[in-house]
Design a protein around this ligand. Sequence first.
Ligand code: HBI
Ligand code: FE
Length: 296
Amino acid sequence: MMQYPQVTKHGLAAGEAGRPASPDWTIDQGWENYTPAEHAVWKRLYERQTKLLPGRACDEFVAGMRALPITADKIPDFRRLSEVLMKATGWQVVAVPGLVPDEVFFEHLANRRFPAGQFIRKPEQLDYLEEPDVFHDVFGHVPMLMNPVIADYIQAYGFGGLRAQRLGVLANLARVYWYTVEFGLVEQSDGLRIYGSGIASSYAESVFAIDDPSPNRIRFDLERVMRTCYRIDDFQETYFVIRNLDELLELARIDFGPIYERVEGQPEFEPGDVLPTDQVITRGTGAYHAARRKGS
Ligand code: HBI
Ligand code: FE
């Protein structure tokens, strides 16, 4: 599980460094300066996550991971990642101190630069942290950026984000990103698989999203998702499932303008709602979140 602050009108809080080093908020990764203890945190995260992903992560994630210079022993060097990514899909990885303001984030994505947190979580935060660190961003996102569909889709989100901000509908678009890029599931011939980076980089949520009877798994529908609030501080109550990654190609192509207009003023859905119009793949028991609400 992972927490990002809610989208606000004025952008998000600064990262750990507090102040942007440059207008686009990029900093030097300073790869040589990571300490042995920091590389060791990466190794622990990498090893336990890698054991979980066979049979849970989608084929495209596994293929991307294999093709990249991402290994257990060291935090990856963004320069080396960028060399491989650039050849495959024209993307680069740039270092940032943590969360950056929305428009800065979108501007990078629109230019096929993925802003990745430079820092790594502390050993006592292995399972929970508020800002995206190098493990979430590199292990979770970068393998999917090797895929041409995801590469185009995330760039389209960058352009779409800039436009949604102007239209005042960023909350609606952010939900689409959340329920696809961060927490999406995809149907594969051998079962449901993870493609969302928030799941793929989380030890507990990888198991929860795929194996647990608690969450709902519902066929992805754009307007439905735009109207659905999400949880930032716990596992998702509902995962939205696409048939294959090509479904995202269509999303990158269509004009969201008329859809924003339709969605505006319509009621929002709670994260755990199941609607009569939903195509339900798994109706969750809701047991996990019910227990959390009772405080047990
Ligand atoms: N900054 N570094 C970073 N990573 C994100 O995923 C991110 C961000 N700033 C804004 C943001 N995400 C989202 O809230 C937008 O996608 C709406
Ligand atoms: Fe992320």
